[in-house]
Design a protein around this ligand. Structure first.
Ligand code: AMP
Length: 214
């Protein structure tokens, strides 16, 4: 089975967590454009210097730049059995571009649906490990929690402060609908309710993927 999976959903809606589970299950790479850009910023590469300001303000980087990055990533050998895209495509132009990159190969598109009020609650407790980049949720009164996996320091992402979260959600709301409309009629498209417990969301994703994958 080859799985060319696109995960769509609001920031903080659980895409990253579910992608990590699916990548282990299917042995295909989890390609998160947000992670790729944050890594470039950490490394201080030319790309990182170009996009650092945009990311911390919660604005999107250009379709051309992100598409070139995804095209290069999908050309690597580890995608021979498929891939999990998380955070791309975010605009209709990117969705068109992706069809070109995969030369029309069938995509499985999973929408993880979560209402915006739930997102604001989730993102205020979200932390990312400085060492291993895993995302965790912390209790509200936590001061200096450490990563349960590697002991690294847990920090709030710059773009998870409430003001920036509101901007990211507004951007998502205006851009995601055309992307969803672009995919909705395809046989590879399905939606899951992201408010349910994590394991149930994973089960629904696995069922949906296995019904549709080539
Ligand atoms: P994420 O981790 O997916 O929430 O992405 C974090 C940030 O990276 C976004 O707020 C954007 O600034 C940038 N980014 C990630 N993916 C894309 C994309 N497909 N198009 C434009 N900007 C992106």
């Amino acid at each position: 089975m080859r799985v060319n999976l696109v995960l769509i959903g609001p920031p903080g809606g659980g895409k990253g967590t579910q992608a990590n589970r699916l990548t282990r299950r299917y042995g295909i790479p989890h390609i998160s454009t947000g992670d790729m850009l944050r890594q470039a910023v950490r490394e201080g590469s030319p790309l990182g210097q170009q996009v650092g300001g945009l990311i911390s303000r919660g604005s999107l980087v250009s379709d051309e730049l992100i598409t070139a990055l995804v095209q290069e990533r999908l050309a690597r050998g580890d995608t021979a059995g498929g891939f999990i895209l998380d955070g791309y495509p975010r605009t209709e132009a990117q969705a068109h571009a992706l069809d070109g990159i995969v030369s029309g190969a069938p995509l499985v598109i999973a929408l993880i649906d979560v209402p915006h009020e739930a997102i604001v609650r989730r993102l205020s407790s979200r932390r990312i490990c400085e060492s291993c980049s895993l995302t965790q949720s912390v209790s509200e009164d936590a001061q200096a929690e450490t990563c349960p996996y590697c002991g690294g320091r847990l920090v709030r992402r710059d773009d998870d402060d409430p003001e920036t979260v509101r901007r990211r959600l507004a951007t998502y709301a205006s851009l995601a609908n055309p992307v969803i409309a672009f995919y909705r009629a395809r046989p590879g498209f399905f939606a899951v309710d992201g408010l349910r417990p994590l394991d149930e969301v994973t089960d629904s994703l696995v069922t949906g993927i296995e019904r549709r994958a080539a």
